[in-house]
Design a protein around this ligand. Structure first.
Ligand SMILES: Nc1ncnc2c1ncn2[C@@H]1O[C@H](COP(=O)(O)OP(=O)(O)O)[C@@H](O)[C@H]1O
Ligand SMILES: [Mg+2]
Length: 534
């Protein structure tokens, strides 16, 4: 209870002290007694509170604010813990403008984590003592952190020059994981103005702007975490896709940002949705990483798996930090999960709602990746406008496989005859070829200490390893579609199911199932190479 509350209670008590008609004395005596009692009560309260407020903490704050502490105004604002660096920056910027010489101090006492600042300051008796500030650190980049106040107060002034006290604290030990600013002032409007200005400065100095961020789930209490990732830097030559595919994706995502102002001026919407679909290991994530590298000033927010339940704060962040790209990786894996939302609708619907909730004028790109486009198709068709470009990332054709072989040979020269390897790897994914090359390099290392090139024998050894029967799961995990009679689940298969005459985003051909490029039985490159007498 604050002193203000006490006042209200006490004066209420005093006012309700009734004389009553049956009193054995006259009205003037009753009035005199009532007034005397009221005076007595007020004097006692003043004495009691003054005794309590005579702590060094109360004296310091009271002297700064210049008002009776029972009359002070108190406003606060809480943020998720991952905003701590922003809150610190906002307050730092505010202090730089209004009280550059101000020094932080701390309070120590038993109930520090459970009481608000106003209560702590006005608590009578030996409640809290002035102490050193508690500091912590908060990340502000992939390899950068800043010092933040974990618990501290600072004396400052409001924009109208009236005195204020700003408190900052963060906690994830008790109660919710949050950071909080608390502002005390003689007049409420001053405290509110300070809060508003600090919030504005937080956005000006936002540490997340232009960063690559990833939402995760804290093991601690299941709440959201936000971490920084380094921005990948891939050249277009490192992304092996059919001619024109990468261009069309780039055009859709990047050129809208390049022309954002002009598009807005002529009333065009900026928000866009890109769906990348295809077998696992074909390069959907790889393509997203390429885009991230190309869009250097753009904020990227990545979400996968369980963390997708935080779509609402993520979408708000994407809007706040535009131009931005919100990537929902492997949406099919959690699309049907109903355990996240309060209304227990499938997560996919929450994702689509969030996509819609961001205004059309926002320079935000949603990127969804999925191994099973069919799973999302109905939901996307039923709610048009969320995804305006769907691109299949196919398995590599002959030409692409050759490019991949050369790419993943790295700095080693390819002495081997590639034609048989290219022929034998029909139907495998790009990630399979990458692994083939890694094993070929290892095979080469096993035979020589000075390896400069890869030979037929190295590639044959790698292919042999990967084609052994006990590597069936490895092959499947690398995204090679198994042939008849081979164990393993074709994870891409469901994407092409006919949904029965309904409108489809990716219509199946008249035969019912869409042809999947390169879907053939596995022919072992090792067998192929051996048959050539290797
Ligand atoms: N099209 C591609 N071009 C070049 N490398 C690729 C390609 N596809 C996959 N890779 C390689 O295989 C790895 C795994 O692919 P990834 O992008 O994660 O597949 P997906 O997200 O489609 O399941 C990538 O990190 C990359 O090294
Ligand atoms: Mg992926």
């Amino acid at each position: 209870m604050t002193p203000a509350d006490h006042t209200a209670d006490r004066s209420g008590d005093a006012a309700s002290g009734r004389g009553g008609e049956s009193a054995p004395f006259d009205v003037s005596t009753a009035t005199g007694l009532a007034m005397a009692l009221r005076d007595l009560l007020e004097a006692s309260y003043r004495l009691a509170t003054q005794a309590g407020l005579d702590t060094p903490v109360a004296a310091k704050i009271g002297a700064h604010l210049g008002c009776e502490l029972k009359d002070m105004a108190f406003v606060e604002e809480s943020f998720p813990l991952w905003e701590h660096a922003n809150l610190q920056r906002g307050i730092d910027a505010y202090l730089a403008d209004h009280s550059p010489a101000a020094e932080w101090f701390g309070l120590s006492g038993m109930n520090r984590d459970h009481e608000d600042l106003a209560t702590m300051i006005t608590r009578p008796g030996p409640g809290y003592e002035i102490s050193a500030v508690t500091h912590g650190t908060a990340a502000i980049g992939p390899d950068e952190a800043m010092e933040v106040v974990q618990f501290g107060l600072v004396l400052s002034t409001a924009p109208d020059d009236s005195p204020v006290v700003i408190g900052l604290r963060a906690s994830d030990r008790f109660g919710p994981s949050e950071c909080r600013m608390e502002i005390l002032a003689a007049q409420r409007p001053a405290a509110v103005a300070v809060r508003g200005e600090i919030e504005r400065l937080m956005r000006v100095h936002d540490v997340f702007r232009g960063q690559v961020l990833s939402f995760g789930v804290s093991e601690h209490r299941g709440n959201e975490l936000l971490s920084f990732l380094p921005r990948p830097d891939l050249g277009a030559e490192q992304v092996v896709l059919p001619a024109g595919v990468l261009d069309s994706i780039e055009r859709h995502v990047i050129s809208i940002t390049s022309h954002a102002e002009r598009l807005r001026a002529v009333g065009q919407h900026l928000k866009r949705g890109l769906l990348l679909h295809g077998f696992p290991g074909t390069g959907k994530t790889h393509t997203v990483r390429y885009l991230m590298g190309r869009m250097s000033g753009c904020t990227v927010i990545l979400m996968t798996g369980q963390a997708m339940r935080f779509i609402e704060p993520a979408a708000a962040l994407a809007r706040r930090l535009q131009p931005s790209m919100l990537v929902l990786e492997d949406v099919d894996l959690v699309a049907q999960d109903r355990s996240f939302g309060p209304d227990s609708s499938p997560l996919l619907f929450s994702l689509l709602e969030a996509m819609d909730g961001i205004g059309a004028d926002a320079d935000v790109t949603f990127v969804l990746t999925t191994n099973r486009a069919g799973m999302l198709e109905r939901a996307l068709v039923d709610r048009p406008g969320r995804v305006d470009l769907a691109v299949e990332i196919p398995k590599p054709d002959e030409q692409a496989r050759e490019r991949l072989l050369r790419l993943y040979a790295g700095t080693l020269e390819l002495e081997a005859d590639l034609a048989p390897v290219i022929a034998a790897t029909e139907g495998v994914t790009a990630s399979f070829i990458k692994e083939l090359l890694r094993r070929a390099v290892l095979a080469a290392f096993r035979t020589s200490d000075d390896v400069r090139s890869l030979t037929d024998a190295d590639l044959a050894a790698a292919a042999e390893e990967l084609s052994e029967q006990r590597q069936a799961l490895t092959r499947s995990l690398l995204g090679h579609s198994p042939g008849d009679g081979e164990a393993g689940d074709d994870t891409g298969g469901e994407a092409w199911d006919d949904t029965g005459g309904e409108p489809q985003l990716f219509p199946a051909p008249p035969g019912g199932r869409m042809a999947v490029p390169g879907r053939r039985a596995w022919r072992s490159p090792a067998v192929y190479l051996r048959s050539r007498g290797e």
